[in-house]
Design a protein around this ligand. Structure first.
Ligand SMILES: [Zn+2]
Length: 72
């Protein structure tokens, strides 16, 4: 017989990695939480940054229709 462990405290909490959807250990020893790895963290940050740049770059100067635009 062994000593009963407390699974509530011994078991690491698992969350879903926002980048790959896999299991990620949500604990102080995982510096990349809530991501499962540095790779996933970089992927997510990269996607976020590139999307921001893309949105800003593609944003038209003015999205309101020009009332003086000649109709074809
Ligand atoms: Zn991941």
């Amino acid at each position: 017989m062994g000593e009963p462990r407390s699974p509530a405290t011994a078991k690491p909490r698992l969350v879903r990695c926002p980048a790959c959807g896999g299991d990620s250990v949500y604990a102080p020893d995982n510096p990349f939480r809530p991501f499962c790895s540095q790779r996933c963290k970089n992927l997510d940050l990269g996607a976020w940054a590139s999307e921001s740049f893309r949105v800003a770059g593609d944003n038209p100067p003015d999205d309101a229709p020009d009332p003086d635009a000649p109709l074809q």
